[in-house]
Design a protein. Structure first.
Length: 365
């Protein structure tokens, strides 16, 4: 009989900064040496409140992490550090994780981790806060902010991690969603994120039924490629172009400037269902992008609905081999392009893999 891995490992807690651990005026992320003892005390108290804690205490640990910063400052190289940290912890037997990060790029990091740990039995819960855990109006001592959403988001994340269902999810304000469906919609409100549950790849690639042998092979492959992936992520360049009303000639010039920086991919945020000013000059630049190995993907500035070829203003892009993105969010598009860039050297293989997984991607936003 084949044995399967079960989610009975310790929970690995990763603190990466952001509003959650910010303090002072103006707010800034507390150094780990200061913040982690406070976080440990809160988590000790929380896990002690679980039923049957005396007989079956929750095993957890805070993982050492050097990337602690405002999430607006995170780079693909930082994403690589989180990836290495989790893969290394998995070598020690961990399978369940909680990652606390800032909200500015939370959806990007979560979507990246969803791509990176696809087809595994890993459980990663990503969360953060819109209000700091500590009360900055009290400068004489570190006091928990009673109006913060940090504690509830943290506790919800820990419960999901303890349950251990395979996959990467974001939990916020009492909700949780597959990571690649999540986007930030408010810069101040507690209800800052939205997502949905009708998600295809990579969410549908996770499995709780992976055998120990399958898991060992999956992990061995990740470890073997770790150095290569880290280097590629550190060098990856995914550019974006947010359209405003302009002529085709102006758009072509902007594309020319971007292509001169030798990006691995460009995400164009078009109008409506993915519509873009059409001109001979733009088509030439898009063909130039393909010639120099740069993937171009079309998205939309609209928060919901995604892109389609319903209008001629967007349908012509397929003639120039622009990648269609369906209803993927911008963070999910960025994450997938980043992961493909890190794992496939040839642009043709990146394109082939994109088209393959898009067929298995169904996202409704």
């Amino acid at each position: 009989m084949k044995s399967t891995t079960h989610f009975s490992s310790p929970i690995g807690i990763i603190y990466a900064g952001g509003t959650f651990g910010s303090y002072g005026q103006p707010l800034a992320s507390l150094h780990s040496d200061t913040f982690l003892p406070l976080l440990t005390k809160i988590l000790d108290s929380h896990f002690a409140s679980y039923p049957n804690h005396a007989e079956q205490p929750v095993d957890w640990q805070i993982l050492p992490n050097t990337v602690v910063k405002d999430s607006s400052q995170l780079t693909p190289a930082d994403f690589a550090e989180f990836y290495q940290l989790i893969v290394t912890a998995m070598q020690s037997g961990l399978r369940q994780f909680v990652l606390i990060t800032g909200t500015d790029t939370l959806s990007y990091l979560a979507a990246f981790l969803a791509e990176a740990f696809a087809s595994s039995n890993t459980c990663i819960i990503v969360t953060g806060a819109m209000q700091p855990l500590l009360d900055s109006s009290v400068l004489t001592d570190y006091v928990v902010n009673p109006n913060s959403d940090a504690t509830q988001n943290l506790f919800d994340a820990c419960k999901l991690a303890r349950h251990g269902e395979a996959g990467v999810r974001v939990t916020f304000s009492g909700e949780n969603w597959p990571a690649q469906t999540v986007q930030k919609i408010h810069s101040h409100d507690m209800l800052a994120f939205v997502g949905h549950h009708r998600a295809g790849y990579p969410a549908n690639s996770y499995t709780d039924k992976m055998t120990t042998t399958q898991h060992a092979h999956w992990l061995a492959d990740k470890v073997e490629a770790l150095s290569m992936v880290q280097q590629a992520l550190a060098q990856a360049k995914i550019a974006t172009l947010y359209l405003t009303p302009m002529s085709g000639e102006q758009l072509a010039l902007q594309l020319q400037v971007l292509l001169a920086t030798q990006p691995d991919a460009i995400i164009i945020l078009g109008f409506g269902a993915g519509n873009v000013p059409e001109s001979t000059d733009v088509k030439q630049q898009l063909k130039q992008a393909k010639a120099q190995g740069c993937l171009v993907a079309i998205s939309t500035q609209s928060a919901y609905g995604g892109v389609s070829a319903s209008y001629q203003a967007g349908a012509w892009l397929t003639e120039c081999d622009v990648l269609t993105t369906g209803r993927l969010t911008v963070p999910a598009i960025f994450a997938r392009l980043l992961w493909l860039t890190a794992n496939y050297e040839a642009p043709s293989r990146r394109r082939q893999r994109w088209n393959h997984v898009l067929k298995d991607t169904y996202t409704v936003a």
